[in-house]
Write a protein that binds this ligand. Sequence first.
Ligand SMILES: NC(=O)c1ccc[n+]([C@@H]2O[C@H](COP(=O)([O-])OP(=O)(O)OC[C@H]3O[C@@H](n4cnc5c(N)ncnc54)[C@H](OP(=O)(O)O)[C@@H]3O)[C@@H](O)[C@H]2O)c1
Length: 337
Amino acid sequence: MKLGTLRHAIDHKPVAEDFTIIEAERPACSEDGLVVRVVHLSLDPYVGSRLRGRHMGEPAPTPMEGAIPGAVIGQVVESRASKFAEGDWVHVMEGGWQEFIAIPSAHARKIDPKVAPLAAHAGVLGMPGLTAWSGISQLAKVGNGDTVLVDAAAGPVGGTVGQIARIKGADRVVGIAGGPEKCSLVTETYGFDACIDYKAEGWRDRLADALPDGLSVFFENVSADMAMLALTHARTYARGVLCGLVDAYHTETQSQHPLNAGLIIGKRAQLFGLVVYDFYPRWDEYVAEAAPWIASGQLKFSEDRADGLENAPALFERLMNGQNKGKAVVTVSAEQV
Ligand SMILES: NC(=O)c1ccc[n+]([C@@H]2O[C@H](COP(=O)([O-])OP(=O)(O)OC[C@H]3O[C@@H](n4cnc5c(N)ncnc54)[C@H](OP(=O)(O)O)[C@@H]3O)[C@@H](O)[C@H]2O)c1
């Protein structure tokens, strides 16, 4: 079977040439384990940090041997676990760039392929969607009267943040994204009230215009500088969810930005650090709530797709450079065999 690995150890932002696809033995099923045929592979920003040993203390894979980590959607082809049968569809966070994975059954979460298109379980119903729901409905507890600002708004986390905020009753939802094409996705497809292209001149003034009464909630995906800008527009008692600092993942020194404590005190702001791991036990609850929103068209999603493991490196490089438009997903094998 095919397996995607690192050509060599890296200490830089990954580029396509850092990866290679090799032939490897199909892994064997352990006791209480499963073998899963990988159908869709999720590419996520944290994996770029993990490949250089910068993510939550988790080790980088061994070059020319270990699979690149990544969440997968797949079908059980062998089960030695009583709770799973051949043919079950599963989502596995600790999956990887390979055609088949062998895992302890505790690592798999059963999914229903009928509630949404299968690849949606990698994005809007997957870890990015769960992250958005956790921050908006469980930490910031967005409701009627809220004005919400989110950056990286065209991505799977940001786009879902704004839409769930709206569903939960927010009055106004504003996004920040890079370029006109991403901004039109944010307003036309995701239905935000406004999207500010931060690559265009005068964008800070346009952001102020888009928030005439300030904001009550911001959701930070990009940097402490952006969070501080959001705070300048915050009403008193605003809430801020600190989710990601993608702009610092591959800088010389990692996320050392200062926070303006005076501004936080003056605004009596509440800031929440979010790590989605805390919400994994509530994944099924999220899917049960969000699947009907997808079915009714209230929650939209967009995907940047590649076909075949051999095309994963190029899409991964685009993700690292912020060039993905929507959720980066690689289809590794056909849904039906
Ligand atoms: N805390 C958690 O548990 C958790 C869980 C999941 C995700 N996250 C974080 O949530 C954020 C969004 O994740 P996502 O999967 O939805 O990603 P994404 O939006 O698909 O990709 C990241 C986006 O960030 C923007 N960006 C700004 N500066 C960048 C830079 N220097 N390099 C690359 N991209 C840059 C780009 O959009 P623009 O062109 O619009 O700027 C890019 O498309 C990330 O920070 C991620 O690490 C955190």
